[in-house]
Design a protein around this ligand. Structure first.
Ligand code: SDX
Length: 427
């Protein structure tokens, strides 16, 4: 039987086989294929979801060709320059910037719920000292379900709001504790006189027995990192959160699933992989060899921090992070040879036909590791910082999904396995 084709033609006319085209406010329109299988017995095949809109969303918009990223309509460059992470978290969750009184209420709620239950801290003792912080965060965030099951009626708006406040509020101490436990340092508690980023840094690097004053330049740099990483449409980890949430799973379990998905080196784990790659390159002289490896189809090596499923132009976030990295290194009087290698690598790659043809540019992860390392973060905490930031986006999508009514997300498949056969021998 020869190959058959569906010849989709976009037109104003409709007939019994027509599929409506849905227009958003920005970006590509979408063919609504929800009735395709019921009417024609056909499935749409799109592994990797390159041409699939999994949902409607009003939170974030990315135009990959223009290198544009909007949070609720505001350009990321303006938010990184003039806003702060908690204001951006509110914007992502609620759709508009908070009024001063809304901001105060939000700050007070986060401050009230930012301490971990003492029994949650005992979970850390169950991990090996050298456990990766992301392994700890997946486990501990999931375990929060065991502490708040009494206030998780997902049909109750107050319970939903409280669950998200607890997640954003507790994530800094939870992430910091996944580091301090690994070095055997007692965990400092949040200090509600400090802003979110400063509080996280004092919990990360301070000790209970001595004063620890956070450098305001580093606080601001971290706040910018958190803003840049807060959300990014339907990326792999956010889609994981939405898929888990569609079954009615509680928010702590859904965010734990998102953390697990973010950990992969093709996604949020790339910032740690970039630094390992730059360390392996070692000197500018080794760059040509690495570029050749990245282009070699027989070599699974990829230039970490390069390329993006949507950005076929510069990732606007990587430009901001590169600037912050230079500013922090200059402020600290540090000189990181890896920054020079990264900039040289970018320069060479962007002139190479292979990268130009495939529109491969540095993404958010390319410079973030250099900035985090300059700030004193160990490499294995880079993705944990990404998870801390992306919790704002994940809870916003979790809240948005609560209002949807399409039921559980349950993809189909194109089955290519064995047809019916029977177990050998007599019955
Ligand atoms: C994040 O989705 C999001 O929004 C993610 C994120 C967010 O904020 O949530 O932006 C954060 O995860 C950023 C991406 C971090 N990952 C990396 O830096 C890992 C390295 N990058 C690649 O693995 C890759 O670019 C992806 C995973 C990011 C995107 O992969 P795609 O869209 O599936 O690209 P592809 O595999 O279809 O590649 C197209 C071509 C292929 O070559 P051909 O088969 O056409 O010859 O480009 C090549 C690929 O081999 N290619 C690369 C490359 N990335 C793509 N070649 C060398 N090095 C690379 N990094």
């Amino acid at each position: 039987m020869g190959t058959k084709y569906v010849n989709a033609v976009i037109s104003e006319e409709s007939n019994e086989n027509s599929l409506p085209v849905l227009d958003g406010t920005l970006g590509p329109s979408a063919v609504d294929i929800q009735t395709l299988y019921a009417r024609n017995g056909l499935l749409a095949f799109d592994p990797g979801f390159r041409s699939t809109a999994a949902c409607k969303s009003s939170i974030t918009f990315v135009d990959g060709d223009k290198g544009m990223l909007l949070y609720r309509g505001y350009p990321i460059e303006e938010l990184a320059e003039r806003s702060e992470f908690i204001e951006v978290a509110y914007l992502l969750m609620h759709g508009d910037l908070p009024t001063p009184s809304q901001r105060k209420t939000f700050d007070d709620a986060l401050g009230y719920y930012n301490i971990l239950h003492e029994q949650v801290l005992s979970f850390y003792r169950g991990f090996r000292r050298d456990a990766h912080p992301m392994a700890v965060m997946v486990g501990v965030v999931g375990a929060l379900s065991a502490f708040y099951h009494d206030v998780m009626n997902m049909r109750d708006a107050n319970d939903r709001e409280l669950a998200t406040i607890r997640l954003i509020g507790k994530m800094p101490m939870l992430a910091a504790a996944s580091y301090t436990y690994s070095i055997g340092r007692p965990q400092r508690y949040p200090n509600n006189k400090l802003d979110y980023a400063t509080n996280f840094l004092q919990m990360m690097f301070g000790a209970p027995n001595r004063e620890y004053v956070v450098d305001p330049v580093l606080s601001r740099a971290l706040d910018v990192i958190l803003i840049l990483h807060a959300d990014h449409e339907q990326n792999a980890s956010t889609s994981t959160v939405r898929l888990a949430a569609s079954s009615g799973a509680n928010p702590f379990a859904c965010i734990a699933a998102g953390i697990a998905s973010l950990w992969g080196p093709a996604h949020g784990g790339a910032n740690e992989a970039v630094l390992k790659m730059l360390m392996e390159i070692g000197t500018v002289e080794n760059i040509p060899k690495v570029i050749e490896r990245a282009k070699d189809k027989n070599d699974s090596f990829r230039l970490m921090g390069f390329g993006h499923r949507i950005y076929k132009n510069f990732d606007p976030r990587s430009l901001v992070i590169q600037k912050q990295a230079k500013k922090v290194l200059a402020h600290l009087g540090k000189d990181d040879p890896l920054l020079e290698i990264a900039m040289r690598l970018e320069e060479i790659a962007l002139k190479d036909e292979y990268f130009i043809e495939r529109k491969l540019y540095p993404n958010v992860d390319f410079y973030s590791g250099i900035l985090l390392r300059a700030m004193g973060f160990p490499m294995n905490m880079f993705t944990a910082v990404f998870a801390l930031a992306r919790t704002a986006g994940w809870v916003s999508h979790w809240l948005e999904l609560q209002g949807e009514s399409h039921g559980i997300d349950r993809p189909r498949q194109l089955y290519v396995g064995k047809t019916l056969r029977h177990y050998p021998g007599k019955k």
